[in-house]
Design a protein around this ligand. Structure first.
Ligand code: FES
Length: 84
């Protein structure tokens, strides 16, 4: 059986059934998730959907990634691109 994965900015991220997007990203060593519209770095913080520190675009819709279950084939990206 192949591993369950979703796409994070072009990178394939494995996850276990029931895991949130942020849990899978953290398990993959990804601790910050790119800037939001105000340039603040998004990251895991409260884990209960209250702080909105982990907002990401999931299949084109902005969601709290800490309470959004990972699903096979979903596309997850930062709200904004870095402009280095
Ligand atoms: S970490 Fe607070 S809403 Fe997701």
């Amino acid at each position: 059986m192949s591993a369950q994965t979703f796409d994070w900015m072009g990178q394939s991220i494995p996850f276990r059934t029931g895991e949130s997007i942020t849990a899978a990203l953290e398990a993959a060593g990804i601790r910050t998730f790119g800037p939001d519209a105000l340039g603040q770095e998004t990251r895991y913080f409260c884990g209960i959907g209250a702080c909105q520190c982990c907002l990401l675009r999931v299949d084109g819709v902005v969601r709290e990634a800490c309470i959004t279950p990972a699903k096979t084939g979903m596309h997850v990206e930062a709200l904004e691109r870095r402009h280095d």
